[in-house]
Design a protein around this ligand. Structure first.
Ligand SMILES: [Zn+2]
Length: 185
């Protein structure tokens, strides 16, 4: 269950601002660069999302430097390297809000629905296929793939009490690349 934390409220507000924004109000100033260099990073949020160039987490949530630990991979699948990145950020940087962010018109999900891919891309479409099963609807497939990622984090990190604490939220959401809106699952 999601806590309505300050972090989550800020992300929701940031997405609201983004819907009509022409530029990102997030702090990317020399001052914040200096602060995060000297004092290190303490990102409150981890976002696992697709590499799609239309899906830009800092813009979507009106965030700046040091706020979001972003893990990007085509199709936002949770393979071992993604899981390792989540485990690191949650365990060592103490990020308490973990979001798997799927998106509409995802090429990796589309390729999976179309029968899969070959070459290295097959690694991604096989993973997505395992998550969506026989689902045919593109949006529902995105939802299922996203929730599979959430479930993988909760299951595989269940015994790591440094990474997943009672205060940690692991949430799924879908970003609409046309409207800019994040739908929380
Ligand atoms: Zn995608």
């Amino acid at each position: 269950m999601a806590h309505q934390t300050e972090t989550l409220a800020k992300l929701k507000k940031g997405n609201e601002l983004f819907l009509s924004a022409k530029s990102n109000p997030g702090d990317v100033s020399p001052a914040v660069r200096k602060d995060t260099t000297v004092n290190g990073q303490h990102p409150a949020t981890i976002v696992v999302c697709c590499s799609d160039s239309r899906v830009v987490p800092e813009a979507i949530f009106s965030a700046g430097i040091g706020e979001i630990f972003v893990i990007r991979v085509a199709g936002n699948v949770m393979l071992d390297t993604q899981m390792a990145s989540v485990q690191y950020a949650a365990g060592h940087l103490h990020s308490k809000t973990i979001i798997v962010l799927g998106h509409t018109h995802c090429g990796a999900v589309g390729a999976t629905l179309a029968g899969g891919a070959h070459g290295f891309v097959k690694i991604l479409t096989d993973e997505i296929k395992a998550a969506i099963g026989d689902e045919k609807d593109e949006y529902q497939a995105v939802v299922k793939n996203t929730l599979a990622g959430v479930n993988a984090i909760k299951t595989k990190l269940a015994d790591d009490h440094e990474a997943l604490t009672p205060e940690t939220d692991v949430l799924g959401a879908v970003y609409d690349i046309e409207t800019g809106k994040v739908e929380w699952l």
